[in-house]
Design a protein around this ligand. Sequence first.
Ligand code: SF4
Ligand code: SF4
Length: 97
Amino acid sequence: MIANYGYEDGSGFYYITIDGDLCAKCVEHSCVTACPQGVYAVEMDDYDDFVAVVKEVARKRLRELCSLCKGQNGGGGTERALPCTDACPAGALRHSW
Ligand code: SF4
Ligand code: SF4
């Protein structure tokens, strides 16, 4: 299942998309430790699989939190290497900005 976390405002769309089907096969969960802002957690989903989620407290602050990695104007979607996307062996993470 694809999950979208984030928000939009006058300045743009700030969403992280996580492919739970890919996460369900992951044993490392390396996104959690790779993110310097602690954006990710691993939780059990409705199918009893452990998948990555964006923490509730981070969902409305993604632009601010991720500016540490991307700068204020974002990284142009998935074009720029990020600690989280680099750490995910399955390619389960996408950023909209
Ligand atoms: S590293 Fe990738 S596949 Fe593994 S839990 Fe994190 S987002 Fe999911
Ligand atoms: S871009 Fe940086 S701060 Fe944002 S989720 Fe990825 S690793 Fe964490």
